[in-house]
Design a binder for this molecule. Structure first.
Ligand SMILES: [Zn+2]
Ligand SMILES: [Zn+2]
Length: 284
């Protein structure tokens, strides 16, 4: 079984009820945070997960809404890890991730210095290992494997999607996290036959009416609800999980969003508020 928790279903526009993009994946006793949008650690705390308890941070891309709380995450995972010789935080993302992590640590350089000066048991900056990938296997530990493939969110590039698999060889459970992308062949291949696909979506039918060009621009590098659903259908996934709602999903309009997805996909469709949780099991 793999458990998906939508920690943050929001977007770059601050919303009083939705944290920024972040999804928690629990598989085989390991805990993966996919993207770290605004408010992520508060949402993670709500489901009993602390920054120091993460097996790895997986980043789909380096847009601000997906990494807004990287600094908080790096510092908090460091100061709340009480192991005498803590294992480095594993960060997996596209090329550019190492530079972003390094610059973030530099931005928090004063803080890091204060804490090393003040606490006898903190003697070095946060231990972090960054791994940059665009394609192929990225994780194989205790029965959980992860691979990535390129997505298409241009001009944001490179961007990647993740496929997490867990369980015995003959009945593996698989969950794919697409991130922000337009439909593309490499995502179709990554998602092929998965038990669940988590996809960010925007309502192009609504955004197209917003008078500011800057809003209309976002239509050209995101999938609409229908496009995400068509990707799920082509890949033959069992469950489509929608998140990163633009504009914010208004309570009571869930069925409207679900109906749009159902025009292209006849499997199970999941959507909802922050902390919505889905248990994914391998198909028999
Ligand atoms: Zn993006
Ligand atoms: Zn985004």
């Amino acid at each position: 079984m793999i458990e998906i928790t939508l920690l943050g279903t929001g977007s770059p526009i601050p919303d009083p009820n939705r944290a920024g993009p972040a999804t928690l994946i629990r598989a085989g006793g390991q805990v993966f945070l996919v993207d770290c949008g605004r408010g992520v650690l508060q949402r993670a705390a709500a489901v009993g997960v602390g920054a120091a308890g993460l097996s790895a941070l997986l980043l789909t891309h380096l847009h601000s809404d997906h990494i807004a709380e990287l600094g908080d995450l790096l510092i908090t995972s460091w100061v709340t890890n009480f192991a005498p010789d803590p294992a480095p935080l594993q960060v997996i993302g596209p090329p550019g991730t190492a530079q972003t992590v390094e610059a973030t640590l530099k931005a928090f350089g004063h803080d890091i210095g204060y804490r090393i000066a003040h606490h006898a048991d903190l003697n070095a900056p946060p231990p972090i290992e960054v791994h940059e990938y665009t394609d192929g296997p990225v994780w194989d530990r205790d029965g959980v494997t992860i691979r990535v493939a390129p997505t298409d969110h241009r001009p944001v590039a490179p961007t990647i999607g993740f496929r997490v698999e867990s369980g015995p060889q003959d009945s593996k459970t698989s969950v794919v996290l697409a991130g922000d992308t337009v439909p593309c062949a490499s995502l179709d291949a990554l998602a092929a036959g998965a038990d669940a696909l988590v996809h960010t979506v925007i309502r192009k039918d609504l955004i197209a009416n917003v008078p500011q060009q800057r809003f209309q621009d976002i239509c050209d590098y995101h999938s609409s609800v229908q496009e995400a659903a068509a990707t799920a259908a082509r890949a033959g996934v069992a469950t489509l999980v929608l998140t990163h709602y633009v504009p914010a999903l208004v309570p009571g309009q869930e069925e409207q969003w679900r109906a749009l997805a159902a025009t292209e996909f006849n499997g199970q469709i999941e959507l909802g508020d922050d902390l919505h949780r889905i248990e994914v099991r391998a198909r028999q």
